[in-house]
Design a protein around this ligand. Structure first.
Ligand code: FE2
Ligand code: FE2
Length: 293
């Protein structure tokens, strides 16, 4: 992981910013106020079923329930990802201790510390809002096989994979929660999280872009090829996850194993339009580095 001068400067700036202002679990949101279930946790236009006959058939109470469950999914996936990152990144610090520059090593430690606090915050949110923790995303077909390959590879693989996940997750969260009608605690929590995630995304982009600028062409093709599959997993995951049927108080219109209907939902005109709009930044970056066409 070799960085140019400009990137070293950026990493130092990120380190300073993190030491200056760190998310404090107790005060990040007014926990005692709780959430207001009469307000939505996300805009309905970003609901997974919105714009389909399945959405039209739901009662207002069912729609609200679905939006809160979708938010529980977002929060759950943050927990699953962010509790695995410290292990991966502190692992890099131990394994490559002689080969990392001081600033990169320090930032990997800071990154890990911040993610640990985030997982505590997200768990407290689920408890406060009385929402369920969703299963690990390994129930996406072939996802585990994909993730298992990361451990034995160059650290740039772990950093790029995490970059893509965080980027999708943040674009999704900010797009759907930063509006006046949203439950204030939910809105504030995602905004405060975003402040730290912007730094994580900036760090990972610098590492990845320095790698793409210097690695041999054959090796870059291999990395880009590898993440083609990952990109599709993430797009599917952020468009619709079938496990929601397990949690609703009413019979959900799409059964967990109904692959035809799931495909139809993921390709609904509203979802295609939504993905086009909210994921533009990550899509264009992936196109630039030939991860997607
Ligand atoms: Fe985080
Ligand atoms: Fe992060």
């Amino acid at each position: 992981m070799v960085l140019n001068e400009k990137s070293h400067k950026t990493v130092k700036t990120l380190i300073n910013a993190s030491h200056r202002k760190l998310l404090q679990l107790d005060t990040v949101v007014p926990w005692a106020d709780g959430v207001d279930l009469n307000k939505p946790p996300k805009i309905e236009e970003a609901g997974w079923l919105y714009g389909t006959p399945y959405w039209d058939a739901l009662t207002p109470a069912q729609r609200s329930e679905v939006l809160w469950l979708e938010t529980a999914r977002d929060v759950s996936y943050f927990i699953w990802l962010e509790q695995s990152l410290p292990e991966l990144y502190v692992g890099y610090v131990n394994k490559y201790h002689g080969g990392l520059s001081d600033d990169v090593r320090e930032y990997l430690m800071i990154f890990s510390r911040e993610e640990i606090v985030h997982t505590l915050m997200f768990r407290r949110y689920l408890e406060t809002a009385k929402l369920p923790l969703w299963s690990h995303p390994e129930n996406i077909p072939n996802f585990s096989k994909f993730e298992d390959q990361l451990a034995g590879k160059h650290p740039v693989y772990g950093i790029i994979w995490n970059l893509l996940i965080e980027w999708f997750a943040e674009l999704n969260s900010i797009y759907q929660t930063q509006h006046d009608i949203i439950d204030p605690l939910t809105r504030t929590m995602f905004r405060e999280h975003h402040t730290e995630e912007l730094r994580h995304i900036a760090f990972a982009r610098h590492v990845a872009e320095n790698y793409f600028a210097n690695a041999p062409a054959g090796e870059i093709d291999e990395v880009s090829d590898f993440f083609k599959k990952g990109y599709v997993f993430l797009l599917d995951e952020y468009t619709y996850m079938p496990e929601i049927a397990r949690f609703t108080s009413f019979e959900f219109p799409i059964a967990i194993g109904d692959t035809e209907k799931i495909k139809e939902i993921r390709n609904s005109p509203n979802n295609l339009r939504l993905n086009e709009a909210r994921f533009r930044d990550v899509r264009e970056w992936c196109q630039k580095y030939k991860i997607i066409d």
